[in-house]
Design a protein around this ligand. Structure first.
Ligand code: IVH
Length: 668
């Protein structure tokens, strides 16, 4: 074939495949058979391989995945990605309607399904997909372009060569989740709990091949810049996006007038929602006129022109088979309900926490009771009540234990506290729990060192303390001989352990299990202190001056880093070769922000203080709650308090809202 013929054929095949994808995934009306589709796709792949000069990022062959990234880049949303205020009953919807009518706005709404997934923003330039990002905290999201490209219903090119941003939901169908879980169960992997976590977990894969296998889908429901296209109503925006080639849920949106019609729509959908192939957790109600939307405006968190009605939590009955006790890494004892497995809102529930002795007594639970279990969305399941009328007399009283179920030592309960504790520092359960925590996904993320394996390795004396994890390779031969550990899985495990040495510091800091320090606080701390030595040398006040760190956490941190055992542990981990620095998600830098200490006071109108604080931290600055000589800049909004006076007194640089707004708007 001549070069121009090759290009012509490539372009023809791309068109054909894009059209077939659209018909199959968006319109749900396939025109090609699977065999025909595969044949054309293979031909295109081969041509692109043979003639790389004609390869293109927007070719439909990119939908099979293959790109692997190191980490997710941060993306600042030019228009914040707000979420919606939740309402739970018709009265709250009436309140919303009253607020709308009070502004002399016609109460015409679009009701839509509230899809249970994660929101996404898609950006097109000249009609080509250039990047996609998650919502994140609404101000900054993560760049997930490589994975979004693999979603079949997301067009890589749209029907008009325009610049546009659209937003919608990425979701996983109920059937796909079921199939994945069947496979995972066979492979002995933990099941994915629900469609939302499954979709979010899939989209956060670094390797897009894995994301592609997860068969994600989209519904597009929001156009942030309708005025750019001369569009006047939300329903027209939906039609416009559908015409561009996006998957818009036509059956699932309806123009309604007034409260009565909203109620009718909600009742109708509540009855059919379990028959839908995907999960919805409510109904979104949006004012249809975009001019009226503008008039109503926003609060710092939500639009005032829409609400999300959430379906009531689902309750099912099951049997409370037993109450068992677990010991956490702090020694806290938790009673847990062992339940006859039931499915609630798409997840199988076998256990539910009963928190503490008082909780079980308050609910008057007996072993053998029929209990109702409630689960709402991604909230953890809860035992609502015992069905006392169904008791048969054979149920057993709950008795709180006095001794640790693992080491047998007498439990302690401090005055005025509800929890019992095992205070034996060498209690194996506490140790195993802290080792499991160290390896867990949000900590060092060592795949393969879960609960059961860790218990085995602990009992065999292979791992007793954190540094032993990094010496596990010395037991390679023993591990391979053990039942259930193949050669390959041992290799994978040892590789995962080795890889974890280069984790960014926040994972290690969270993994150390300092009381009260969760993964978010760990990240905040390492963004500020940058390396472990700075953390170890910090004073109590250095910690306490950080916004969001109160006196208890500051105390915990200071004490942890001044305890001789902990200092030895950290030194040992340094010798083993663990990374002790914050590696940064993107190492953002701004001359006016990086390395400076800020205090925020007064009300800002362009963005709330928490979001601004996050941006400052992202760019290597730090924020604290009080003004001192160490403060570099005080940012002053409306009605500033005494901090403003103190800043003037100490001659500290003061920025007004205009200045910081200008800087933020010009950030990369
Ligand atoms: S509109 C500015 N419409 O629900 C308003 N959101 O609780 C943008 N969601 O973050 C959102 N279905 O992830 C909208 N039909 C729908 C939706 C929807 C699901 C999600 C979305 C949003 C969250 C708000």
């Amino acid at each position: 074939m001549k070069s121009n013929e090759v290009l012509e054929r490539i372009l023809y095949l791309r068109d054909l495949i894009n059209k077939a994808n659209y018909e199959y995934y968006v319109l749900d009306k396939p025109t090609l058979t699977d065999q025909e589709f595969d044949k054309y796709l293979r031909e295109l792949e081969n041509l692109e391989l043979e003639f790389p000069e004609y390869d293109s990022e927007t070719s439909p062959t990119k939908k099979v995945g293959g790109e692997v990234i190191d980490r997710f880049k941060k993306v600042i949303h030019k228009i914040p990605m707000l979420s919606l205020p939740d309402v739970f009953d018709i009265m709250e919807i009436e309140d919303f309607n009253t607020r709308v009518v009070k502004e002399n706005i016609e109460p015409t709404y679009v009701c839509e399904y509230k899809i249970d997934g994660l929101s996404v923003s898609l950006h097109y330039e000249q009609g080509k997909l250039i990047f996609a990002s998650t919502r994140g905290d609404g101000i900054t999201g993560e760049d997930i372009t490589h994975n979004v490209k693999t979603i079949k219903s997301v067009p890589l090119t749209i029907n008009k060569p325009i610049d546009i941003e659209v937003r919608g939901e990425i979701y996983m169908s109920k059937k796909v989740l079921e199939e994945i879980n069947k496979k995972r169960e066979l492979e002995g992997q933990p099941i994915l709990q629900n469609v939302r976590n499954a979709a979010a977990g899939s989209i956060r894969q670094l390797d897009s091949k894995i994301a592609a296998e997860r068969k994600l889908d989209t519904w597009i429901y929001h156009l942030p810049n309708p005025e750019d296209y001369g569009i006047e109503t939300h329903s027209d925006a939906l039609t416009f996006m559908s015409e561009l080639g996006f998957k818009v849920n036509k059956e699932a949106n309806k123009i309604v007038k007034g409260i009565k019609e909203i109620e009718e729509y909600i009742n109708k959908i509540s009855n059919i929602r379990h028959d839908l192939p995907y999960e919805i957790d409510g109904i979104v109600i949006k004012v249809n006129s975009l001019l009226s939307q503008k008039q109503l405006g926003f609060t710092s968190k939500y639009p005032k022109w829409a609400v999300a009605y959430k379906f009531p939590a689902e309750e099912v009955l099951t049997k409370l088979q037993d109450i068992v006790f677990t010991v956490g890494r702090t020694g806290r004892i938790t009673p847990n309900a062992v339940l006859e497995p039931v499915i609630v809102m798409g997840s199988t529930i076998k256990r539910a926490t009963l928190h503490n002795e008082d909780y079980v007594i308050m609910k008057d639970l007996k072993i053998g009771d029929i209990v109702s279990i409630r689960k709402a969305g991604d909230v953890i399941p809860e035992v609502v009540e015992a069905k006392k009328e169904r008791r048969q007399g054979s149920e057993k009283e709950f008795i709180m234990i006095n001794n640790c179920p693992i080491c047998g030592s007498v439990l302690e309960k401090k005055k005025d506290q509800v929890d019992h504790y095992c205070v034996n520092l060498s209690c194996p359960a506490r140790k195993v729990e802290s080792l499991i925590h160290f390896c867990s996904r949000k900590a060092m993320n060592i795949d393969g060192l879960g609960i059961e394996i860790m218990e085995d390795l602990f009992n065999m004396d292979f791992i007793r303390h954190i540094p032993d994890i990094y010496a596990l390779h010395e037991h390679k031969k023993d591990l391979i001989e053990l039942e259930g550990y193949g050669n390959k899985s041992v290799d994978n495990l040892l590789a995962a352990i080795e890889d974890s040495k280069s984790n960014s510091l926040e994972r290690l800091l969270f993994g150390l299990g300092i009381s009260g320090i969760g993964d978010k606080t760990a990240l905040l701390l390492v963004k500020i202190f940058k390396n472990i030595d700075n953390l170890m040398n910090a004073t109590y006040d250095d910690f306490k001056n950080i916004k969001d760190i109160g006196p208890t956490l500051a105390d915990n941190l200071y004490n942890y880093f001044h305890n001789i055992d902990n200092i030895e542990l950290i030194e040992k981990l340094k010798t083993i070769g663990l990374n002790m620095n914050y590696l940064g998600e993107n190492e953002r830098h701004h001359d006016l922000i990086s390395g400076k200490r800020f205090v925020l006071t007064g009300t800002l109108t362009f963005m709330d203080r928490d979001s601004l604080s996050n941006i400052i931290i992202d760019y290597g600055g730090m924020t604290s709650s009080s003004v001192s000589k160490k403060t570099d800049v005080v940012i002053v909004g409306d009605n500033p308090g005494s901090k403003y006076e103190k800043a003037k007194e100490l001659n500290i640089e003061i920025w007004n809202e205009e200045k910081i707004k200008d800087i933020v708007n010009n950030l990369e």
